[in-house]
Write a protein of this length. Sequence first.
Length: 343
Amino acid sequence: MEDVVLVGFDGSPASSGALDWAIGEARLRGWPLRLVTAFSPAQNIADPMVEGKYVELETRRGESMLQEALERARNQGVTVESRVVAGNPGGVLVDLSKSAALAVVGKRGRGGFAGRLMGSVSSGLAAHSKCPTVVIPEAAAPARNAGRNARGTEAEHAEVPARRTETAPVPWLVSAPEGMSAEGVHPDDESQSWSYAGQIVMAMDALGSKNPALWAAAEAAQFQAKPLTLVSTRAPYYRDSVWLDHAEGASRFRQEVAHDLDTVLAEVRSRYPDVKASWQFYIAKPAEILVEATQTADLLVLGTRGHGGFPGLLLGSVSQAVLQHGVSPMMVVPRSRQQQEQH
C-alpha cells in the first residue's frame, strides 16, 4: 500500500467535487494524487487493427479529459499522476484500491464512475474497496471544500445550523461532550446542539476499538485538526422488544453503554492526544440519526460488515441507507479479512 489518494474521475460535477475534496485531503496529508478514468473495453470487434484504433481513441479522450484535473491539482501544489484504463470502472477502482491508502469518488456521475441516486460504481467501491473510501455527494462538495481547503481560517469552523424538520428523529440522547459518563439529556433541551459543524463523526458499532473505521476517523480528525465525535445508537426496541426509553432498567442500560463508550474514548485520547474527542449515544433508529448527522458534519465515517471475500463483502443495511441519503462526505472503512470472517 502506498500513501496516495486514488480519485475516480469522469468529468461529471460529482467527480469534480470529489477531485476538489481529494486535493484538499492530499494537501493536508502530504500525499500525492492518482487520477483514474476508465472506458469500456471494445466488444464484438474481430479485427485487431480496429480494436487497436478504438483503444487509442478512447485513451486520448481520457487523457484530454484528465488534463484540466491534473492542472487543478498542480495549481494547489499537489503531486499528481493520471491513468486511463480499459475496463469496468468499478472493477478498475477496486483493483487499484489495493495499492492506495485512500480512495475518493463522486456519488453520482455520467454512468461511468457513478449514476442514479447511489451509483453502481460508488456503491460497489464503498463495499469492496481495499482501502478507506470517501464518497462525495454533489450537493456537499462546493461549500464544504471551500471551508476545508482554508485550514485554520474562520470559514472552516463557521457554525452551520442544525436542520430539524417536522419528521426529524427525536431520540433520547446520552452525551459526554467534555468529560465522561454524562447524564442523559433530551435533544429538545435548548442547550443541546444538534450541529456537528466542523466535526468528524464516527458511527460506532459492536466492534468498538477493534473497528478500523474508528482509527481511520481519529487519523482524519488529526490530519484535518477537527474534533471527533463518536456516535452510537440503539433502536428504541432492544432485547425482547424492551422499550429502552421508558422501560424499567433503561437507566442502567444507558450507564452500561456509557461505560463501554468511555473505554473506547480513553483509548482514542491515549493514541491521539491532540484530537478533541467525545461521544454521544442515541436511543433511536441508527440510520435516521446518522443521515441527520450528515446534514452538518464535515465527514461521517462508517465501517463495512460482511462475510468475507469479494462476492460476499456487502455493506450493512445502515451503511447502505446512510450512503444513499447522506449529504456530507462519507468515508467507508473496510474491516480486516479476519473480522469479515468472524462476522
